[in-house]
Design a protein around this ligand. Sequence first.
Ligand code: FES
Length: 322
Amino acid sequence: MKNVSIAEWKHLKDREPAYALVANVDLVIVRYDEQVSVLYGRCLHRGALLADGQVEGNDLICGLHGWDFQYETGISAYNNAERLHKFTAWVEDGQVWVDEEEVAAWERENPQPFQRDTYLGTYADTHPVEEEPHVSLIQGYAAHGLEKTGHHGLVAAMGVPRMELPMWDAIQFVTAQLATPPQLDDVPVGTDVVIGPNAQKPLRLMLPLFVSDMSFGALSEEAKIALAQGAELAGTGICSGEGGMLPEEQAGNSRYFYELASGRFGFSMEKVQRCHGFPFQRRTRRQNRNRRASTRAEGQRQNCPSAWVTSRRTRCFTCSLS
Ligand code: FES
């Protein structure tokens, strides 16, 4: 047994959590009346320091998302399976004491991952969640700058989540509404589409489909050229995507779309004059506002505590709290 003092009794305020570090274990000390409780000091949700929380009734409440643990026992009344380890502690000679060997033994069974001398140290995020996929990337930049990624930082294609793209099953051609009266099965039907029929140079696609925008860089040179040539053979076009436009790709297709998107990467009017179609993105202020409103409405529907706290222990899609 190795007694170690972790606080002066007179400095502890009643039911106000205090912090201590023993044998690499964060502790939270709660004085209540003339008694003391010393618990493992990290929230079981995302690892926040419970000494940064507050006491409400019989509970010690985590300051981040509101998980609760009874300060006397460490057990959550909300879910008894969630329990903070309680260490032996006593008051003597005006000090609060714990057994350092007991704490160290607990640490050996529950190694603590904190590199306390490095960036973030005691405040490192040791419980990453899927819903916050960029936190570790941001913290990596904060810790190492660009030394691990090169001058431009991490570079990747913008892309679209595959499951959000329309599926072939979702496309329905109701031919009876396109031609009256409906043709019989053996009558040839044209599939060509004319874009800008009244334009000086209408663009005719032999299919109502084209190869969508994925830029050179997102796709390799070989892939872009092959797709351009394949689209040409199918009688349709291909879009440059936002960014690099390969001359070989453009030469391989006679219905070439050149894209202007919000980033304006690599854009120039001189290139517009060399293409056959010009898709561009434009969003009005009203559309921006509607988009923000629908995002807020979704947060409200989910009771997200990051923006719409309604009560403790509500569902949050930001922090997974449920
Ligand atoms: S870290 Fe404590 S409630 Fe989320």
